[in-house]
Every structure is written in structure tokens, then in C-alpha cells.
Design a protein around this ligand. Structure first.
Ligand SMILES: [Zn+2]
Ligand SMILES: [Zn+2]
Length: 471
């Protein structure tokens, strides 16, 4: 089967018109052109018409190239393209090179999708790890997670940074970026930046996370959990997408998980249930244990706080956050969270804890301290990676089951992994691409399942064709 694919990102361009193909490749090429020679650029263009997918094998050993971005054989398929980019990413986590008094990390390989072009303007999204990117006039930050802001720090001077007000406060507070570079953009209010129309919408990810609509036809989702509200909002703005930069974290049909509210409610029920059980006898202290549980909820710097809020309300208690974490939560300024924070550890039965603290190995040594006040310590690890199938219902009965958790000290310590995700499930992604069709979808996360994206592109093209034929 003949198939034309982009020489840079390898996604199929079969459905695009000649002009759209060029435009797509232009975006890709431009994004990494400062790493390339004109030679490569010309070669990539001349290959454009000839590239055919002849094999789906992805493990061929390609000769290592200095840039890993363009030197691919003509038979390259999506996955190998991505594999080499990912390899480049890994290789780029080099130890810093010491020069004089400064640590300067080596120039990293920039994936093609980090730079977007609008006419003469070039802007970068979540691309702070690549020093100054030539001709980029504005840097956008979708949200405050390290895989997106990585590279930002107090020495930043490469250009203006546009982000939500919440993210802006965190960037200044936590990363000490000079405020003169920070330009907060309000949600739901279209603004013009360097002649580009820009609209920030709630990404339904961590606090302050935005998806960004450029010129009403290019959408960058950053990290997002697609919701009905978001689809309604985009439809209200009558968007007809030319290009979609998509968070494909769970682009895999086996990734199914329940709505966030179901998980919040079920965890709250679980904690109420555990606390209401009859008293147990503590052989260590030879006494009846008070039925009072402590709940540790794993979070990142920001994100997944809502699950802790739900549990705290059910237990009628407050949430403890270490001072450093509290500072961050107050900077975000979400009353739903700050109103329920306790002043002392003792008055709180729910702790917001860093994700890597919530496991049996870390919790066991602390049990001797906790057992004076609590009958049981529950760890909640919210993650989208645990729930492989929908065959298992996520409800209280399931969580009561022994294989729903790991435990230590005769069940006094339990750790539950729950399918609470701040990324879209596969079904949500599919629905999003169905409702907001686009014939040019660029994955910003995974190399996996590009064939699914191609199918969605095809459906997007069919939709936009019917639309234009109605004119
Ligand atoms: Zn994120
Ligand atoms: Zn991310």
C-alpha cells in the first residue's frame, strides 16, 4: 500500500492536500531546522514524495546520527522515528558540563513538535530545555509539571513566557524566574500575542493547566483530560482545527478508567468504611485500638489534590501539607483546597504526601510512631497506569477485596492504587477527536499506536470534507 508520510515525524500525510503536506512538513522541519543543515532540509523534502511504508518492523538498527531527528532511512515508520527521538531525549539527560562557575547542560535534542509556526511568527510550547531557540518570539508553558517546564530557572532570559496566572505564580515562587519575563494569560479570554490569537482553556489536568488554541485552528492540549465541558467550550468557539497537538499518554484501547468523581467518591467511601469498623486488639500495646485512620494521598508538586479533599470531607477532618507544599497550594489559590488545610499535623487525618513516600517500604518504619494515634494507615496512590481493563468494576466492594491493596503489619498499613487520572482515557481521547475533528494530529507524548491517530485523522478529514461540501 502506498503511503506518504512526513519525513520528520513519520505520521501519514496521505489525507492531506499537497499544500497541507508542505505545511505539515514545514512545521516539523522548521522546528528542528536550527539543528539541521540546508542539505538535510532539501533531502527531506525530496523524499517526501517517495517515502513509502514498506515494513512495520521498528527495531532495525539505524546508524546513529548526530541529531537523531532527520537521518532516517526511507523505510522509517512512525515508531522508529519516535524511538530515535525518545532515545535522543534519554541521551540528553547528560551530566552537566562545568564551565567556569556555571553548570551548563549540553544542548538537548528538540523534538519537532515543540515549535509552532504562524506565518512569519514562531512560538515554542513547553520547550525550555533547548536554550534560546532561534527566531522564537514567544514561549508558552501549558502547566507546572517538570516534564513541561524543565529548563526554566532564575537565569532564564530567552524571551517572554506566556502561561496561566496560577502557573505564573508558581514559576516565580518555585523556579525564581525573573518576573519581567512572565506574562500571565487569563483563561477563557482571547488575547493577541505577536499577531496570533491565543485562547487559554482549562485543561482539566493539574491546577492552572491550560490547553491553548492558536488562531482558532491550531490546538495544543499540553497535558489534559478531555471532558464534555471542554468539547462544549471548543464548539462554542466554532473551532475547525487544522492541527492538533495531542496529549496521547493513554493512546491505547486497553487504557480504561472511571471518571474522576467516581474514584474520589469511592475512595471517600472506603475510608469511611475502614474507620467505622469495630475496634481491633493491638497485641503490641495490649489494648483495644481506637478506630481512627490516617490516610496518605500521593501527589506530585501539584495535581491530584481533589482526591484528598474528597477523603477529608468524608472523614470530617483536615488535610496536612508540609510547609513547602502548603506554600505551593496557597500560591495556586484554590479555596476548595486551602480552606480545608489544617494548621497542625495532629488535627489532620489526611496528609498530602509526595508520591514516592506512599509505599509499604517507606510507611512501615513510621508505623511505630503512628500506632499511638491510629488504628490503621492507608496509602492512596492515584495513578492512571493501574487499571488495565474495565472488566473490574471500581467500587467499594472491589476495594474491600484483599487483592485490591498491598499490606503490612497485619493489615495495619495498606496501600491502594486507584485509577485516578489527570490524562484522558482512551475512550475520552477517541471521543474528543470525534467531536473536534482534525486531519493533522501530532502526538506530543508517545510513539505508540500511530495507526490509531491516522484513523482519527481520516475521520477528521471526512468530517471537514462534508462540512465544506455543504457550503
Ligand atoms: Zn502534566
Ligand atoms: Zn506531561
Amino acid at each position: 500500500m502506498e503511503a506518504v508520510s512526513c519525513p520528520i515525524c513519520s505520521v501519514s500525510l496521505k489525507l492531506l492536500s499537497e499544500r497541507e503536506r508542505e505545511e505539515h512538513c514545514d512545521i516539523c522541519l522548521d522546528s528542528c531546522s536550527f539543528l539541521e543543515t540546508n542539505q538535510n532540509r532539501k533531502r527531506a523534502f525530496s523524499e517526501l514524495e517517495e517515502i513509502t511504508i514498506t515494513s512495520t518492523s521498528t527495531n532495525e538498527n539505524h546508524s546513529p546520527s548526530s541529531n537523531g531527528l532527520i537521518k532516517q532511512p526511507r523505510t522509517a515508520v512512525n515508531n522508529s522515528k519516535w524511538a530515535s527521538i525518545l532515545k535522543g531525549k534519554e541521551a540528553s539527560v547528560d551530566s552537566p558540563v562545568k564551565t567556569g562557575n556555571n553548570f551548563i547542560s549540553k544542548q538537548r535534542q528538540m523534538p519537532f513538535y515543540k515549535v509552532l509556526r504562524f506565518g512569519e511568527q514562531k512560538i515554542a510550547v513547553d520547550a525550555f530545555n533547548y536554550n534560546k531557540i532561534p527566531n522564537v518570539t514567544a514561549y508558552f508553558l501549558t502547566h507546572f509539571h517538570s516534564d513541561h517546564y524543565g529548563g526554566l530557572g532564575k537565569t532564564w532570559s530567552h524571551g517572554p513566557i506566556y502561561c496561566s496566572p496560577e502557573t505564573a505564580r508558581l514559576v516565580i515562587l518555585q523556579l525564581k524566574v525573573d518576573p519581567q519575563y512572565i506574562h500571565p494569560v487569563e483563561f477563557n479570554k482571547e488575547v493577541e500575542i505577536n499577531n496570533i490569537k491565543v485562547l487559554f482553556l482549562d485543561a482539566n489536568h493539574c491546577p492552572g493547566a491550560a490547553i491553548i488554541l492558536f488562531n482558532r485552528d491550531v490546538l495544543h492540549t499540553g497535558d489534559f483530560r478531555a471532558s464534555e465541558d471542554l468539547i462544549i467550550e471548543l464548539k462554542k468557539h466554532r473551532v475547525q482545527l487544522k492541527t492538533l497537538y495531542l496529549d496521547t499518554t493513554y493512546l491505547d484501547p486497553s487504557r480504561k478508567f472511571p471518571p474522576q468523581q467516581t474514584v474520589i467518591d469511592t475512595c471517600a467511601q472506603l475510608c469511611s468504611y475502614l474507620q467505622s469498623r469495630p475496634a481491633r486488639y493491638d497485641f503490641f500495646f495490649q489494648r483495644n485500638l481506637k478506630q481512627k485512620i490516617l490516610v496518605l494521598v500521593g501527589t506530585y508538586t501539584i495535581g491530584k489534590e481533589r482526591i484528598a479533599v474528597g477523603i477529608a470531607k468524608a472523614l470530617n477532618t483536615k488535610i496536612w501539607a508540609a510547609p513547602s507544599k502548603r506554600k505551593i497550594l496557597e500560591a495556586i489559590g484554590d479555596n476548595q483546597i486551602t480552606d480545608i488545610l489544617g494548621e497542625t499535623e495532629n488535627e489532620c487525618q489526611v496528609y498530602l504526601t509526595y508520591m514516592n513516600e506512599v509505599n509499604l517500604a517507606k510507611m512501615k518504619p513510621r508505623w511505630n510512631k503512628w500506632r499511638n494515634s491510629y488504628s490503621q494507615v492507608i496509602g492512596i496512590v492515584p495513578t492512571g497506569w493501574t487499571w488495565k481493563s474495565s472488566a473490574q468494576k471500581f467500587d467499594l466492594e472491589t476495594l474491600k477485596n484483599k487483592n485490591a491493596y498491598t499490606s503490612a503489619d497485619q493489615g495495619s498499613i495498606r496501600v491502594y492504587k486507584v485509577p485516578y487520572s489527570e490524562h484522558s482515557s482512551y475512550a475520552e481521547l477517541e471521543n474528543f477527536c470525534h467531536e473536534i475533528p482534525c486531519r493533522n494530529i501530532i502526538s506530543t507524548v508517545t510513539s505508540k499506536n500511530q495507526n490509531i491517530l491516522q484513523q482519527w485523522q481520516k475521520q477528521g478529514k471526512a468530517k471537514s470534507d462534508t462540512k465544506s461540501s455543504h457550503h
